[in-house]
Design a protein around this ligand. Structure first.
Ligand code: AHR
Length: 493
């Protein structure tokens, strides 16, 4: 029999705010993410749209309160020349998407489309700039184009293209995966290049200065983070990135739906590595930056499986199951618990690519189980982290079974997100709520009988959150039976 798992809080130690930007998203020119996904074109008469972006997606993302959106890549960013994506659409040159499927794109979705979309979504844009095949001048021009409100060649060009006021873009990525698709650079070489690019980005945005993000390490490449923290002056770098996907074998990633228990275990083993990676990268950052001036942005994360073979142009198109709920729930708990340094994260990717929150098929659109995790976790946006402790955690083939994070919002409401990754066993949990000073508990659960269950265009609501009542509070202890592979959000006054 499993022991009872105990969860306790140290509410008196609360001091860090969970940045809402941890709940950020990522949209790359890849497969059907932008074209045939978000953007169906201004001339489209069959799919309702606003300036070419699908209204159903806008509505769904607004419901999620997405705090930011990263664009245009990923690997694509280091091939992208932004000037080819502004001005009259009919005059724009094409671009071959060299990394993703070799498709020829018409550049119809460009800077104005993206930044206007972010305004509609009330999300902060995060522009990922081309370092690998671009120039310092090209990047400065982009900053000037989007952010300068005086008279300058780029600001005047922006006005000529129909936009008077600058967008004042805050977040700027200086290249992407510079160790790989962004140029195969060494950490030492990139640190120097970064210094050069970052130097010229400041000064175009008036009071609201730009926030520069250095292309970060992959997984456990601690040398990368150490080199950046050591070699780049901290006044030139507001954040360092980190990418970590839950992939157990890059050559054979396994199916997104018809996976067996062995594959499930291996995926979760990878997903839970996030805790160790984030902890160790932060240790390095603390060593060089004890005052916490430089933030950690996990600007790509999620499950990555073999693409669904039958979907046309479906580069990296995968389905999304209860396994993805387990990944999202545990990883987001990790980010919350490291809120002191993790100030942004971007799930890869928003529509039709990897662990997407939305899938589309022509005029149809569905919300995936991961969408519902993001929706349930909205309560943590900008809330005060309440440190938690787990005692006597159960094990699933050596992995910790229960994951938790908790927060208090500005109205004094508390929220506890708990995940049980065990594929088969229900877990008894005893939560010491006495020192939370809470009452009136309510809960919602996200689960389904099978790990492989997912939403389809024919059955869009198979996996959705439901009210959950299997708990009791007595004398400051909340007893909960957490079903196998489930995620529960407890709320209290
Ligand atoms: O998200 C897909 C790809 O994964 C991105 O383009 C790249 O940055 C990463 O390797």
């Amino acid at each position: 029999a499993q022991n009872t798992v105990k969860i306790d809080f140290s509410a008196e130690k609360s001091k860090d705010t969970i940045s809402k930007h941890i709940y950020g998203h990522f949209a790359e020119h890849l497969g059907r993410c932008i074209y045939e996904g978000l953007y169906v074109g201004e001339e489209n008469k069959t799919i309702p749209n606003t300036d070419g972006v699908r209204n159903d997606i806008i509505e769904a993302l607004k419901e999620l309160d997405i705090p930011n959106l990263r664009w245009p890549g990923g690997c694509f960013a280091d091939t992208y020349h932004w000037k080819d994506g502004v001005g009259p659409q009919s005059e724009r040159p094409t671009i071959v998407n060299r990394w993703w499927g070799g498709t020829t794109e018409d550049n119809s979705f460009g800077t104005h489309n993206f930044l206007n979309l972010c305004e509609v979504l009330e999300a902060e844009p995060y522009l990922s700039a081309n370092v690998g095949s671009g120039t310092v001048q090209e990047l400065i021009d982009w900053v000037q184009y989007t952010n300068h409100d005086g008279t300058s060649p780029m600001a005047d060009w922006r006005r000529k293209n129909g936009r008077e006021e600058p967008w004042k873009v805050k977040y700027w990525g200086v290249g992407n995966e510079a160790w790989g698709c962004g140029g195969n650079m060494t950490a030492e070489y990139y640190a120097n290049i970064y210094r050069q690019y970052a130097t010229f980005m400041a000064g175009w945005s008036g009071e609201s200065e730009v926030y520069r993000i250095a292309s970060g390490a992959s997984e456990d490449d601690y040398h990368w983070t150490e080199t950046l923290m050591k070699n780049v002056p901290h006044e030139l770098m507001e954040a360092v990135a980190l990418h970590d996907y839950a992939v157990f074998n890059w050559d054979v990633k396994g199916p997104s739906v018809n996976f067996d228990e062995e594959i499930y275990f291996k995926t979760m083993e990878q997903a839970l590595n996030m805790e160790e990676y984030v902890t160790k990268h932060i240790e390095i950052m603390d060593k060089y930056d004890p005052d916490g001036k430089v933030d950690l942005f996990v600007d790509e994360w999620g499950g990555w499986y073999d693409a669904e073979p039958e979907v046309k142009n479906g580069v990296l198109y995968q389905q999304n199951t209860i396994r993805d709920v387990m990944i999202a729930g545990t990883v987001l708990n990790t980010f919350n618990n490291h809120a002191r340094r993790v100030k942004m994260a971007n799930l890869a990717q928003v529509v039709n690519v990897l662990q997407a929150v939305i899938l589309t098929d022509e005029e149809k659109m569905i919300k995936t189980p991961t969408y519902h995790v993001m929706h349930m976790y909205k309560v943590h946006h900008d809330a005060l982290l309440i440190p938690t402790e787990i005692e006597n955690n159960a094990e699933y083939r050596g992995l910790p079974v229960v994951s938790v994070s908790a927060s208090e919002n500005s109205d004094g409401k508390k929220h506890i997100s708990i995940v049980n990754i065990d594929p088969e066993k229900e877990i008894s949990i005893e939560i010491n709520v006495a020192n939370l000073n809470s009452k009136n508990f309510e809960a919602q659960i996200l689960t389904s009988p099978k790990l492989q269950d997912h939403n389809t265009f024919e059955n869009a609501d198979k996996v959705i959150p439901k009210p959950f009542k299997e708990f009791k509070v007595r004398k400051g202890i909340l007893n909960l039976k957490l079903p196998a592979h489930s995620l529960v959000m407890l709320s209290s006054d």
